[in-house]
Write a protein that binds this ligand. Structure first.
Ligand code: SAH
Length: 213
């Protein structure tokens, strides 16, 4: 299947019916072909609103979740964004069309390599992908206007809170790895942090240290 007019229409319909209303977000979801981020057996299902397996036992998130997280992040064209959990690279590509600069990190070198290839093919020159344990953030590039975590932590990691600018927003799934988690939006103010609980979600866990491959 290809991301033709018919597939796009159904894809956008599914996003709207799940509560994606931001026209900028819908427009970038239409521009990024999810099929580019999935290899092998599941390529046919790229435009269905479901998570799918990728290498290293990880998953590419469900498109409506990618869109809702992007919407909650309120990304502007001058923003410097950090994503923790590159995975396939799909979420990073969506962010790159809205932000000035995107840094994305994954603990699996193999995923970072594959995602970088897709970014090059799409000529997305404003994304830099690193292999790193993202729970520590990226101190060299901090602070960030926006931070998105696409793996579930028990609590929002302290170093990420510290690397968020005043006025910055972080979206992070929080909870035990195999139970239902909550998507949280953290807003940093002069004198502290505000926490909003957005919706139940299910992500793979945020794991310490680097992966074997
Ligand atoms: N955003 C991805 C989906 C992410 S799946 C996409 O659009 O396809 C979650 C990813 O988080 C996995 O690839 C996993 O390897 C990564 N991950 C888990 N713990 C991590 C950590 N401590 N640091 C960096 N990446 C981590």
């Amino acid at each position: 299947m290809s991301f033709d007019a018919e597939a796009k229409m159904q894809f956008l319909f599914a996003l709207r019916s799940k509560g994606v209303t931001d026209s900028k977000v819908l427009s970038v979801m239409e521009r990024v072909d999810r099929g580019d981020f999935i290899q092998g057996y599941f390529t046919d299902r790229a435009y269905e609103d479901m998570p799918l397996p990728i290498a290293c036992g990880q998953t590419i998130s469900q498109p409506s979740v990618v869109a809702l997280m992007t919407q909650a992040l309120q990304v502007g064209p001058r923003d410097k964004v950090l994503e923790v959990g590159t995975g396939s690279g799909y979420q990073a590509a969506v962010l790159a069309l809205l932000a000035r600069r995107v840094y994305t990190v994954d603990r699996h070198r193999r995923l970072v390599k594959a995602a970088t290839k897709v970014f090059d093919k799409m000529e997305l020159t404003n994304i830099t992908a690193f292999t790193a344990d993202g729970s520590f953030g990226l101190p060299d590039q901090a602070p960030f206007d926006r931070i998105i975590v696409t793996a579930a932590a028990e609590d929002p990691p302290g170093p990420l809170l510290a690397q968020l600018k005043i006025g910055g927003i972080m979206v992070v799934p929080v909870g035990q790895s195999d139970a239902v988690q909550s998507l949280i939006r953290v807003t940093r103010h002069e004198d502290g942090f505000d926490y909003d609980e957005l919706r139940p979600v299910r992500f793979v866990p945020l794991v310490e240290g680097l992966g074997k491959d």
